[in-house]
Write a protein that binds this ligand. Structure first.
Ligand SMILES: Cc1ncc(COP(=O)(O)O)c(C=O)c1O
Length: 444
């Protein structure tokens, strides 16, 4: 800690209750006198300076942590919270390198939005219009209702990541624990960090979240569980029917825990959807985004949820606040109702299937064996060594992939694997990549 920070706190913070001390420190942070990363004075030192009991300062620091402005780093002390650096999907163009890191769909397999815009029967909506476009609502009801089989609300959000954030913040408060798959989709890790939720990892195997992993998380007191029922990102695992039933019976003992199912790959997945949330779960949501098959820039997701959650979500999305553009909604609904687009989705599914297998086969030529549970836009390649140097060596040879440890639900659980995006891979690229990887593994 710099002495100026300590001096500021001593000079400007009111000597009083925990509430007054925490308010004083918050004011210093808001005024910029304390910057992100600055250390707060040790509890004992500040208590002496302010002539208050140590417990009072400790309680003030707890209030600051709960408010999300301060973080504790164990024995190192308490620090003004920095804006977390979050990893996300997407590639970076790097001349001469092949990008197998982006997690993106193949834009050639997405419908032509410009042409669709010219055909849409969109009518401009003004403030006060209902937040949900009726055509999208009826498409959502017809496609989701028979799967959830219980009273539900349909809400539209700006994509799945937006939906998950809104769902969590609708019911949970900062500091609450949320169970996520480990490894986990980057944006879900980021959503928890950005909102001050505590991530509790759940192991997954070839059939989805493991029963032990779920039970351990539930017993530790999580308030929500986020699950990817199919085409898990990064591993490609889809939940089996049997596993969904077992997990459902475990969740039934914890009816207060919100269950969020992020079915992001729905229309282009090669696997069936098996419902996770049991009937007894009171707060649940099934999220289906169109990003993977109509395009990430449409930013539309359909959220089927219990009625109370639906009211909470739609209160925030009411017209005049931040409803999802009816243009995007109308376009999504018309595209999903267009037989040519629906045929195109079947083609896209087959192409993605083929491209994943091309890589799997090319790897197996070099005795690099990956699990058979392929789905989605990526292939997960487990390694028996630290993956970071392998990623670096691949980059030197012109291949960009993601280091599996980036997807760790918590920093202490580093995955030794590569995530290779196969959405646009050609047979030649797969062969060359596999032989480059084999050479690197043989030489390190
Ligand atoms: C598991 C998962 N959920 C959600 C998304 C993104 O959805 P959206 O673009 O609708 O926010 C992705 C994108 O990669 C994903 O892998």
């Amino acid at each position: 800690m710099t002495s100026t920070v300590a001096d500021q706190v001593r000079r400007d913070v009111v000597r009083g209750t925990a509430g007054e001390i925490s308010e004083g420190i918050r004011n210093l942070i808001s005024a910029g006198a304390l910057a992100p990363g600055d250390a707060l004075p040790p509890i004992r030192a500040l208590a002496d300076d302010l002539a208050v009991h140590r417990n009072t300062v400790a309680a003030a620091y707890r209030l600051l942590v709960a408010a999300g402005v301060v973080e504790t780093q164990g024995r190192r002390g308490s620090f003004v919270r920095s804006i977390p650096l979050l990893d996300g999907e997407g590639g970076s163009f790097s001349p001469g390198r092949v990008d197998l890191a982006s997690g993106n769909p193949d834009s050639a397999l997405l419908p032509d939005l410009r042409a669709a815009l010219g055909r849409t029967s969109y009518v401009p909506r003004l403030y006060g219009a209902a937040a949900t476009e009726p055509l999208l609502d009826s498409w959502a009801r017809s496609s989701i209702e028979q799967e959830v089989r219980r009273p539900n609300s349909i809400t539209i959000t700006n994509g799945a990541v937006d939906a998950v954030e809104r769902l969590l913040t609708a019911h949970l408060t900062r500091g609450d624990a949320v169970a996520i798959e480990d490894p986990c989709f980057l944006a879900s890790i980021g959503t928890l960090k950005a909102n001050g939720f505590r991530a509790v990892p759940m192991d997954i195997d070839n059939s989805g979240i493991t029963p032990q992993g779920l039970l351990r998380a539930l017993e530790s007191g999580v308030r929500a569980v986020i699950c990817t029922p199919r085409a898990h990102n990064p591993t490609g695992v889809s939940m089996s029917a049997d596993r969904a039933a077992i997990l459902g019976s475990i969740l039934a003992k914890f009816p207060h825990v919100m269950v969020i199912e992020d079915d992001h790959f729905s229309a282009v997945s090669s696997n069936r959807y098996y419902r996770l949330a049991p009937m007894s779960t009171t707060r649940w949501a099934l999220v289906r985004s169109v990003s993977k098959f109509l395009g990430p820039d449409l930013r539309v997701a359909v959220v089927a949820s219990d009625l109370d959650t639906g009211i909470r979500l739609s209160t925030h999305l009411r017209s005049g606040a931040n409803w999802v553009s009816h243009l995007q909604q109308r376009l999504s609904a018309e595209l999903m109702g267009d037989p040519e687009v629906v045929d195109g989705l079947a083609d896209a599914r087959a192409v993605y299937d083929r491209r994943r297998v091309i890589l799997k086969d090319a790897l197996s030529e070099h005795d690099i064996v990956i699990p058979d549970t392929l789905d989605g836009l990526n292939v997960w390649v487990p390694l028996n060594r630290d993956s970071e140097p392998v990623v670096d060596r691949l980059a030197e040879r012109g291949w960009l992939v993601r280091d599996g440890s980036q997807f760790s639900a918590t920093p202490d659980r580093r995955h030794r694997a590569l995530r290779v995006t196969t959405s646009t891979i050609t047979s030649e690229q797969a062969r060359e990549f596999a032989s480059a990887l084999a050479e690197i593994l043989a030489s390190t």
